[in-house]
Design a protein around this ligand. Sequence first.
Ligand code: BGC
Length: 709
Amino acid sequence: MSDLVERLLAAMTLQEKLGQLNMIDAALPTHAPDEMTRQVCAGLIGSVLNVYGAGTTNPLQQLALEQSRLRIPLIFGFDVLHGHRTICPIPLAEACAFDPPLWERTARIAMDEAGRDGITLNFAPMLDVCRDPRWGRIAEGPGEDALVASRYAEAKVRGFQGADLAARENMAATAKHFVAYGAPAGGRDYGSADISERELAEVYLPPFEAAVKAGVAAIMPSFNDLAGIPMTAHGALLKDLVRGRWGFEGVLVSDYNAVGELIAHGVAEDLAEAAALALAAGIDIDMQDQAYLLGLPAALDRGLASVADIDRAVRRVLTLKQRLGLFDDPYRRVAAPPLSLDTLAQYAEVARDAGRRSIVLLKNERGALPLKPGAQRIALIGPLGDAPLEMFGCWFAAAGLEAASILDGLRAALPQADISHVPGVTVDGDDQGGIAEAAAAAHDADTVILSLGESKDMTGEAHSRGHIDLPGCQRALAEAVLALGKPTIAILTHGRPLALPWLFERADAVLATWQLGSQAGHAIAEVLTGAWNPSGRLAITWPLDGGQIPIFHSHRPTGRPGHNDVFYSNRYTDMPVEPQFPFGFGLSYTRFRLGSVTATPEFAPGETVTVLAEVTNEGALEGEETVFLFLRDPVASIARPVLELKGFAKVTLAVGERQTVRFILQGDDFALLDRNMRPRVEPGAFEILVGPCADRSRLSSVTVRCQSA
Ligand code: BGC
C-alpha cells in the first residue's frame, strides 16, 4: 500500500471514510446543488456519477480539492457503453463484427471523448452473456457465447484502460454486471437467476475472469440474486472467487441503489443490515443510496460490521484514485485541448467502419442487393427511415448529438436516385391511416426499402419485451407493401433479434442493422450499394419464434435429440426446433468455399493442437469471411455441448484468392469440469468442426485424439 493512501487513511474520521465509499448521482434532484456542495465539502462524497463536461465536473472537483478537509479528488463515473460523442454501434451489434481490434478501437475513441468530459470511471464493458432476447439489456452485451464475450472483455478493457491508467487518455473500466444478470427468469430485468454451478462456470464467469486477467480496474455486481443470494451480498463469489482465486485487487462498485435494495430482496431488515452484508461481501463503493454513509455507523454499533473492513474498502478506493493519477493532476483530462476537426473526422470514420462491419445480411434473393447504381426511384417506407435519434440505441448521453438517418445515408450515396420517404405508421402506435399513402409511394417506385424495427427505448435497462416481434402496426404496413410484389428490401433497426418469419419469407432481402450510432445511415447505405461487402455474422442465435427461447448453439445433446418429425424427441408439436438463423450466420455478396480442414491428429493432455482450414473466395467480389472453430467431445464423463466455440478468425479474400486460416487450440480448450467441478482433459476422440456458422450441415470436421497421460 502506498504511503499516501496510508497517511490519508490514518487521518480520516469514520464519516470521511464512509464518504470515500459513497457515490452519488449528481443528476438527481435529491442531490440538488446545495446538498451536493455540502456533502462534497464535508468529505461525505468520494465519487459522483451521471455528470460530464468540464463545466459541471470542474466545480465539483474544485470543492473537493479546496473545501474538503483532506482534499481528496473525486472520481466521476459514467456509462459509456458504445461511445460518448461519436456513437458507435450498440455492443450486441458490434459483437457481430467478430473483430477484437475493432472493439478496442471503438473503446479508445469513447475514452478519449469521455475523458475530455471529466469522466474517470466507465461503467463498461457490459459482459452479460444472454440467451434470452426478451431481456432488454441483451442490446448492451456481446451476445450468447462465453468465448466471444471473453475476447470482447479483453479488447474493451485494453481499449478503455490503455497501458497506464494514469495517462490522460485512459480511464478505469468496470466489468459488469457480475454475474448471471443475463439469465433472469422469464427474461424480465432484475429477475432471479437460478442456474447450475456448471452453467455459471462454463458460460457466465469466463468473460469476467478474462476481464480480470486483462487488468480491469473495477467490477460491478449485478442486481439479481443467484439461487437466492443477491449478488450485492454474494461473498462466496465476490470475495472468495473474484478476489481470492482470481486475485482481483480493484474496486467493487455496487449497482445503482443495490445495497439498499437488499432489504427488498428480503435478506436485510434495514439499511444497517444491508450495508453490513454488502461490505462483508467485499463491495467498496455504494452507488447512490447512501446505505454505507447512513447504515454502516449503526452496523458498527450493532457489531455487524468492522472498521477493518471499512478501511480495506477505503484503501481500494484511494488506490484507484492514485492509479488514475488524480492526486497528481485531478484536472488533467478535462484540461486536454479540444479534439481537432481532423480527429473528429477520423473518429466518425471509425464509427462508420464499425457500423458497416456490424450489419448482418440475413437474406438476399432475386439479386435484390446490392442496389444498382444510377437513376432510379426508391421508396423508403417505414417509421425508422428518417429517425436519426433512433439510430443511437440505449445508453448514449452527451446531449445534442446528431446521427445520419437511413434517408440521409441513401441520399448521400445515391445522388442520382429519386428517393422518397413515407413513414406510414409510427413505431408502436395503433394508427394505420398512413398505410395507403405508403403503399402508393411503393407502387410508383422501382425499388422499395422497408425500414422496420424497434425504437431505441425498447431495449436497454428495464425494457424487456414479452413479444419479440414488430411493435405497433408495422406488420400491417409491411404486408401492404409486400403485397405489391415489388423488389423489396427490409432494413431492421433493433436491439435484439426479432422473430419475423413472415418477413424473412416474403422480403427479397433483409438486413439486420441493429442500432449503429452516429454514422448509421452511411454505414447502411454502404452495404445497400455494395460499397461495403457485408461481413457481419450473428453473435446470437436468431429465434424463429419467442417460444423457442432460450435458444443458443452450445446446448447439450439429450437422450432424444430434437427432430421435428420424431414424436418422442426434444421438440415442439407446433413449431420447428431450428432457429430462424444459427449463431454465426451472415451472407456476403461474394461466395466463400471452405476447403480441407486438417489438425494435429494426436496430442497429450496439455499440448496444443494446430488446425488449418482453407478458404477460397469463389465469387466475383472481394470480401471478408469469418471462420468459426467449434469443438465437440462426443463421449465424456459429463455430457458436453453439441458445439463449443473455441476460436474465430476473419480473412479478407480478393476474387479467386485462397488462404489458410490457422487456429491453435490450447490444452485448456479440451478441458471439461468433471463431476467435482475440477478442470480435466479426458483422453479420447474430439471432433473439431470448422465453418461459417453453427449449422452442423455447413461445418467440415476432423477428429483428433487425446492420448492418455
Ligand atoms: C445500471 C448500470 C449502470 C448504473 C449507473 C444502473 O441502473 O444497471 O448498468 O452502470 O445504473 O448508471
